[in-house]
Write a protein that binds this ligand. Structure first.
Ligand SMILES: [Fe+2]
Length: 368
């Protein structure tokens, strides 16, 4: 991969190493403290939840440099992160010592330059899907890089980034390192059009990339596509960018023939029911199921698998494709645990896995 040795790159690298060192020290500090039991976790109402009303999804949610979720402002602070890293023993450590099992199939991406009669979705890993629908290609949260800040990939991307055609478009959910990847932005052709939430257009412009910023509920046309930016319950942060200085979102991508919903990163919230009412039925919902432990810290910003299944039902979607697992080991649960937990939660809720496409990295699923 291309090495960036300019001053900015050096500073960023130094910052990354600083964080790595801090994380290593934090790991050493995780001694002997048990996580709180679920009954000790304050309910959302006690943490400042303002509203479950759909109206709250349309309220003002900040502006340049300072964005927030109007229905529930994040209860998490930097201190919460330190508590997680320093004072809580990860109960999954023994499980995590085993090599993760993430299914993978080889895919050279050659199909991307061949005519597509129907539509297909290929999982490149984490939240990166390559959707080829007729003559068009789009990519969600493109990350083909080797790292998400300090976290290395569990396995290489499911197809080569060089095979993404120059007339593709990308949708980006937010600026966290496992979603917005500088190496990938540079590796994709300059002609690729990016759709990003408010506050991230400048970052792409500085790298010679064409990005259009959208606010929640705004739509844009791209050929046959209508692309709509939707609220998500999340946050943003990145070195050299202010905390919550840029917006976060999910995307509805409609061709007139098919509707794809890409949820980005989100905690469970009433937005999914609203999208089901407003846009359903949806053909394919790409929903995050990983990075959910420990719940007392993660529940605000990341769904556990059972919540993702509930979101899928409330979206009135035909298919669910789980994402945000198997690629970057970011949180306490093992990186390959989310599908197991999803099966357990779906069974416990009386549902079935029949509409859930658990994909292998590199797998191409033809929608017809
Ligand atoms: Fe995130």
């Amino acid at each position: 991969m291309k090495k960036n040795i300019d001053r900015r790159g050096f500073i960023k690298k130094a910052g990354a190493w600083g964080v790595g060192a801090a994380a290593a020290l934090a790991g050493c500090g995780r001694i002997g403290f048990e996580p709180p039991s679920p009954s000790e976790i304050p309910p959302p109402e006690a943490q400042g939840l303002v509203s479950h009303s759909p109206d709250s999804l349309y309220l003002p949610h900040g502006g340049d440099g300072a964005w927030f979720n109007p229905w529930w402002r994040s209860p998490n602070r930097f201190g919460s992160f330190l508590r997680w890293k320093f004072y809580y023993r990860n109960p999954f450590l023994a499980e995590k010592a085993r090599p993760p099992e993430v299914p993978r199939v080889e895919n050279d991406g050659a199909y991307l330059s061949e005519p597509e009669r129907g539509a297909s979705i290929t999982w490149a890993g984490h939240c990166t899907f390559v959707v080829k629908d007729g003559a068009d290609t789009f990519v969600t949260d493109p990350h083909f890089g080797s790292r998400a800040l300090i976290y290395g990939r569990v396995q290489p991307p499911g197809l080569p980034v060089e095979k993404i055609p120059g007339d593709a478009f990308c949708v980006l959910s937010h600026n966290h390192y496992d979603h917005m990847n500088e190496w990938t932005a540079n590796a994709l052709p300059e002609s690729v059009r990016w759709y990003v939430p408010r506050g991230l257009g400048k970052w792409f412009g500085e790298r010679g990339r064409r990005a259009e910023e959208l606010d929640w509920w705004q739509s844009v046309r791209h050929g046959k596509w209508k692309i709509t930016c939707l609220p998500a319950q999340h946050w943003s942060n990145r070195f050299w960018m202010a905390r919550n200085g840029s917006l976060w979102c999910g995307w509805l991508i409609e061709s007139g023939e098919r509707k794809y919903l890409f949820a980005g990163d989100s905690g469970f919230f009433h937005g999914f029911a609203e999208y089901g009412r407003k846009f359903g039925p949806i053909d394919v919902a790409m929903l995050p199921i990983g990075s959910y432990e420990p719940r007392w810290f993660m529940r605000y910003a990341h769904m556990k698998p059972g919540e993702a299944y509930r979101a899928f039902k409330e979206l009135r979607a035909r298919w669910m494709i789980p994402m945000h697992w198997g690629t970057f080991d970011l949180t306490d649960e093992p990186v390959d645990a989310p599908p197991r937990e999803l099966r357990r939660a779906v069974g416990e809720s009386g549902g079935n896995m029949g509409q859930i496409r658990l994909m292998a990295v590199g797998e191409r699923w033809r929608l017809g």
